[in-house]
Design a protein around this ligand. Structure first.
Ligand code: ADP
Ligand code: MG
Length: 512
């Protein structure tokens, strides 16, 4: 059987992979290196011969499937930059519609992709190549793990927003955790000049950092890839460019190391963290308040989530960030607003407390932001004391709102689970959980209602790869089937698939 036939039939082995790797780059020896090589070449170009070879090898079906995984440099830009190749590609794919028709990205994502490609001259095919490679040789396709391993160790990867992170975490048969390494690189410096997360810059920064971060995580954990049982990578929700970078890398590693892949919902990572830190039993309530999410979630079990409340407009962290920007405070806005609020008069402005008193458990913060703008405009130019007073009043309005919303949530929980063997628990996660006033409001609320208030350490409340590895571990330990390497990143991926769309929710913010 020739090489091409072997590859087509899926009868690939290391020997074939090596040959193929040499054909593509001439400098790499193993498949893992091919994956790295392809990612590393996002700055440059892949030889046209290599691309043609890929198309010849994999033909239309798998190629078209993998176009759906186009990354920051996806095939959308191809038509603009390389007409000849698009023509060739259309012929191969056997269709006359533009390549963009194959890429299942919404227009906004495509625009971000185009901008990124134009700005940085990323090569459009790089991720497609990785996707094709790893899909073809995945030994875990459609395979079920029925084992209940007594001891598991997972490498986690997180790239959904503005933190690049990798971690190695273990879990024993009793569910006890051991974090072997936890490496996070924040992109704060890259985004601060813009007053918010810029998707193209974020994706770009993930590409540059991720390989080294994974190496570092393995090194700190004192393990190699052969010592881990699986790879867990965030595959949504989040910014599509970053998700693609992390998921593609996870796939490449899973393939190269011969390990199963778990494509993890970022929100599930947040939801299960308290089991890692506090050994919490199901069910419990989780409040996620970050730059991209404001959700009250009932965590019934692994993979069993009910969204009780969500924001109908801005996320809470987003409201802090926008208010800070409006007042001329630095990004990220949350810590800046909290600092200023410490020396302000919280009673000077009577800002609205959206949805307070309503039975539904949703949130709304855009009206509050508008009220802040109006107040600031009326008294402009603002003195430092004005800014401090606005921040303090803004924070007070938020605390009162949270008190009402979450208080109702606790009541509902008690009504639904009146006979729990343990004291019920409210878990908080997300960057806004750092806010002392909001924390003490929630703590007091829990004390009053007989709940435990669980706030994992801040570095595990914000974006990190420990929670992704842990979510993968929990699923693996439960015997959940690993994901196929065809798995797609999802910019929107509600934890509770049955929860309907709330008007406006999730359409704004860094993770929209
Ligand atoms: P994301 O997942 O959206 O990146 P993170 O969990 O990383 O969110 O948290 C970042 C968000 O948390 C930002 O919106 C930031 O303003 C907010 N934040 C951080 N610290 C505070 C604070 N002390 N008070 C209020 N908000 C904060
Ligand atoms: Mg973040």
């Amino acid at each position: 059987m020739g090489q091409v036939d072997q590859l087509r039939s899926g009868a690939a082995d290391n020997r074939v992979a090596n040959v193929f790797a040499r054909q593509i780059g001439g400098e790499v020896e193993t498949f893992w290196q091919v994956g790295r090589h392809v990612l590393a070449r996002m700055h440059g170009k892949i030889e046209i011969a290599g691309r043609k070879l890929l198309l010849e090898l994999f033909r239309e079906k798998s190629f078209a499937a993998d176009l759906g995984q186009g990354t920051v440099g996806d095939a959308v830009a191809l038509g603009r930059q390389n007409d000849d190749f698009e023509h060739f590609l259309r012929k191969i794919v056997g269709c006359h519609q533009p390549i963009s028709g194959f890429v299942r990205l919404c227009e906004r994502q495509r625009a971000a992709t185009r901008a990124d490609t134009e700005r940085f001259c990323l090569h459009p095919l790089c991720s497609v190549v990785t996707g094709v490679l790893v899909n073809r040789f995945n030994p875990y396709r459609n395979q079920r793990t029925d084992f209940m391993a007594p001891f598991l160790r997972i490498l986690g990867i997180e790239t959904s927003c503005d933190e690049t992170a990798a971690a190695v975490v273990e879990r024993d048969a009793e569910g006890r955790s051991n974090v072997l390494s936890d490496v996070v690189l924040s992109q704060l410096d890259e985004h601060s000049a813009y007053g918010g997360v810029v998707p193209e810059i974020a994706a770009r920064a993930h590409v540059e950092a991720l390989d080294d971060l994974i190496d570092e995580a393995l090194k700190r954990a004192n393990v190699s890839l052969s010592d881990v049982d699986a790879i867990a990578a965030t595959s949504g929700p989040g910014l599509i460019g970053g998700l693609l970078v992390g998921l593609m890398t996870g796939k490449a590693i899973a393939k190269a190391a011969g390990k199963p892949l778990y494509a993890v919902n970022h929100l599930e990572g947040h939801a299960l963290t308290a089991r890692l830190t506090d050994g919490l039993s199901f069910p419990y309530l989780m409040l996620l308040v970050s730059g991209g999410h404001t959700q009250l979630i009932l965590v019934r079990g692994i993979g069993e989530y009910e969204r009780w409340g969500t924001t109908i407009d801005d996320a809470l962290g987003e409201a802090f960030d926008k208010t800070a920007k409006l007042l001329g405070l630095p990004y990220p806005g949350g810590p800046a607003v909290e600092r200023m609020a410490q020396c302000g008069n919280a009673d000077r402005f009577n800002f609205p407390r959206p949805l307070v008193g309503e039975a539904r458990l949703d949130f709304s913060f855009s009206g509050l932001k508008t009220a802040v703008r109006q107040a600031a405009t009326e008294i402009a130019p603002l003195t430092d004391q004005d800014v401090a007073d606005i921040c303090a009043s803004f924070q007070k309005a938020i605390s009162r709102t949270m008190k009402d919303r979450i208080g109702r949530g606790l009541q509902r929980f008690k009504a639904e689970f009146p006979d729990l063997p343990e004291k019920p628990a409210l878990v908080v996660a997300g960057g806004v959980a750092a806010n002392q006033e909001i924390r003490s409001t929630l703590q007091a609320l829990c004390d009053k209602n007989g709940f435990r208030f669980i706030a994992p350490p801040l570095h595990l409340c914000t974006d990190n790869a420990v929670m992704i590895a842990w979510a993968g571990l929990e699923r693996m330990a439960k015997g959940v089937v690993p994901d196929d390497l065809d798995v797609q990143p999802r910019s929107r991926w509600p934890l509770d698939s049955k929860a309907g769309t709330v008007l406006g929710s999730g359409k704004r913010g860094a993770k929209a």
